[in-house]
Design a protein around this ligand. Structure first.
Ligand SMILES: O=C(O)C(=O)C[C@]1(C(=O)O)C=C[C@@H](O)C=C1
Length: 356
């Protein structure tokens, strides 16, 4: 896939590109007041949810089509570009009718291939930038599938929004960042712009600055941040919205590390990494050799391949050791699991060969 820039004319191509605005368009007055304040802080792309997918019925489900007229007024009065979320064919038609400049697809919608296909079919032949939020579940292929559906419909101005992944566990995050997922997406599609949504990842005002900085250090292209003229009174997601003033303070304090490292400085350290990786691979290969010997021993002595007692002991012992060495236990567990899986596979293989 080859992507075109999502940037609209006149918006500076400089990290971070900022999209800001309230979670929901509530009233004409709130939409305009917030917009005027944001425009005053230099924001160029305004966001507001017009149709709100809520977990349960009965809450505020958005002001609907009339709110698109308020957004048009924002464009007229402030010169900002305007964007909103679409989830159905009707949303797309209405948004195009009212000249939205950019659209985004929400996390619940991305998780549903039928809905994404419906949006893609409706957008066929339309030249508009579309941002695709990650699906609620941590499934990279589903996210990529949504990108492909839009791309196959002829859209090339595509970007993604990393808004975190739903969790039932108690966590400091509202949605778990699982940074490795967007990092892998970036590895596979280096030209795809990734925008971080610290409002939904953090779920509270106090976390927005830290998450935004992390996103910048991971080379994200932009930030989409919920901002409301009176966050305490917001009709949805009050805890995570900030005033335009706070937003400007956070953006001013962000450190953008954009220098292209001179390769000389890094080459010595990268040489060390190359050597260490080589040692790790040699050790792993030695370990597999021993494991294959164990496999043959088990075949001769009628022992099952899987030895849960031994495996359990290895996990506990190595995690304790790793923690003493200041590495995360979870990280080491993942490695041990991968090693064990390969070890078992190699034992099966060597036993099959020996039987022939
Ligand atoms: O100790 C064994 O029995 C092995 O085969 C080695 C090993 C491992 O790779 O660590 C592999 C499979 C078993 O389930 C337990 C451990």
């Amino acid at each position: 896939m080859e992507f075109e820039s999502i940037l609209l004319p006149g918006v500076e191509d400089k990290r971070p590109v900022i999209i800001a605005g309230p979670c929901s368009a509530e009233t004409e007055e709130q939409v305009l007041k917030t917009a005027v304040e944001l425009a005053g802080k230099g924001v160029k792309i305004y966001r507001a949810g017009v149709w709100k997918p809520r977990t349960k019925p009965g809450g505020f489900e958005g002001a609907g089509t009339p709110a698109l007229k308020w957004l048009q007024q924002v464009r007229r009065e402030t010169g900002m570009y305007v964007s909103t979320e679409v989830a159905t064919e009707k949303h797309v038609y209405e948004s195009l009718k009212y000249n939205m400049d950019m659209l985004w697809i929400g996390a619940r919608t991305t998780a549903n291939p039928f809905a994404v296909q419906e949006i893609a079919d409706t957008l066929k032949g339309v030249d508009i930038p579309v941002l695709i939020k990650n699906p609620v579940n941590p499934d990279l292929e589903l996210w990529i599938g949504a990108i492909e559906r839009l791309y196959n419909a002829g859209l090339t101005k595509i970007g993604v929004i990393h808004r975190g992944f739903s969790t039932n566990d108690k966590s400091v995050y509202r949605n778990m960042p699982h940074w490795h997922i967007p990092i892998e997406l970036k590895r596979r599609f280096p030209d795809l712009p990734i925008i971080c949504d610290p409002s939904h990842i953090g779920g509270k005002r106090s976390m927005i600055k830290k998450i935004s900085q992390q996103a910048m250090d991971l080379n994200y292209y932009g930030l989409i941040i919920e901002s409301h003229c009176n966050p305490d009174e917001a009709w949805s997601d009050s805890a995570q919205q900030i005033t335009p003033g706070t937003l400007a303070d956070i953006l001013n304090e962000l450190v953008i590390r954009d220098k292209v490292q001179s390769t000389e400085d890094l080459s010595v350290l990268r040489g060390q990494i190359d050597e260490l990786d080589n040692e790790i691979l040699q050790l792993l290969s030695k370990r597999m050799r021993v494991s294959r010997e164990i496999g043959l021993y088990k075949l001769e002595h009628d022992m099952p391949v899987l030895q849960t007692g031994r495996y359990d002991h290895i996990r506990k012992d190595r995690v304790e050791q790793a923690e003493r060495m200041e590495m995360g236990g979870e990280f080491v567990l993942k490695i041990l699991e991968a090693i064990h899986t390969e070890s078992v596979r190699q034992q099966f293989e060597v036993m099959e060969k020996a039987k022939k």
